[in-house]
Design a protein around this ligand. Structure first.
Ligand SMILES: Cc1cc2nc3c(=O)[nH]c(=O)nc-3n(C[C@H](O)[C@H](O)[C@H](O)COP(=O)(O)O)c2cc1C
Length: 201
């Protein structure tokens, strides 16, 4: 698919059919997602792919409270594939203590060094790459926040890894007209000149 089409078609899908995603398609999506940039080539992002129905229902349980109040459907429970995107700050902290980095950062204390936590940057990049790879495969995707304690316990994610959220993959169902609160309030994208500052802010 043309890159511009991938970008344009990438929308958070909040309604999935129960049609499964073939294993080789999931594998290709993840193979692309792992090719994102990482600060110092730290490569601190990892993924947990969940297909098992019961486990996905447990992952979706915290969202049920919101669903019960709002009357929306639980689209997390619907999606046939969950990919939990995880990142370890410790991988970055130790990478930047290696000799090639220490020459640059030796004088900077730990707090000043991580004003911009690169692990979040890299996890975001991986997440977007994953979404775009899904679109390129004709697969619908969404990204939602998850409950860290639950994900740690349920999926045996090591404590040093932060589960930043869950990418949902599947086939789009006819839109049930149900949007998250954020999307409902902000249906339009901010115009180009609101967000792009040419020369200076
Ligand atoms: C870090 C992050 C967390 C998000 N969490 C949720 C979520 O928990 N539930 C949800 O419905 N959408 C979630 N979204 C989707 C955004 O609401 C969505 O990206 C935004 O409304 C723009 O719509 P679009 O991605 O379809 O262009 C999240 C997006 C990001 C980047």
């Amino acid at each position: 698919m043309d890159f511009k089409d991938v970008v344009r078609r990438r929308k958070m899908v909040r309604s999935f059919t129960d049609e499964p995603v073939p294993a080789e398609v999931v594998r290709r999506i993840l193979d692309t997602a792992r090719r994102g940039p990482s600060a110092g080539f730290s490569q601190g992002v990892e993924f947990v792919v969940v297909i098992d129905h019961e486990t996905r229902q447990k992952i979706a349980e915290p969202a049920q409270q919101t669903v019960d109040v709002s009357g929306h459907h639980n689209f997390i429970a619907q999606a046939p594939v969950h990919v939990v995107v995880c990142v370890s700050p410790e991988v970055y902290r130790s990478r930047y203590r290696e000799p090639d980095k220490m020459t640059v950062v030796a004088e900077i204390d730990e707090e000043a060094l991580w004003v911009v936590p690169y692990w979040h940057t890299d996890a975001g990049a991986a997440m977007l790459l994953l979404m775009m790879a899904a679109v390129d495969e004709g697969i619908a995707a969404a990204f939602v926040g998850g409950e860290a304690d639950l994900l740690h316990e349920l999926l045996a994610i090591p404590q040093e890894y932060i589960p930043i959220g869950i990418a949902l993959l599947g086939h789009a169902a006819p839109d049930a007209g149900q949007f998250g609160d954020v999307s409902a309030r902000r249906m339009t994208r901010r115009p180009y000149h609101d967000v792009v500052h040419e020369g200076r802010w």
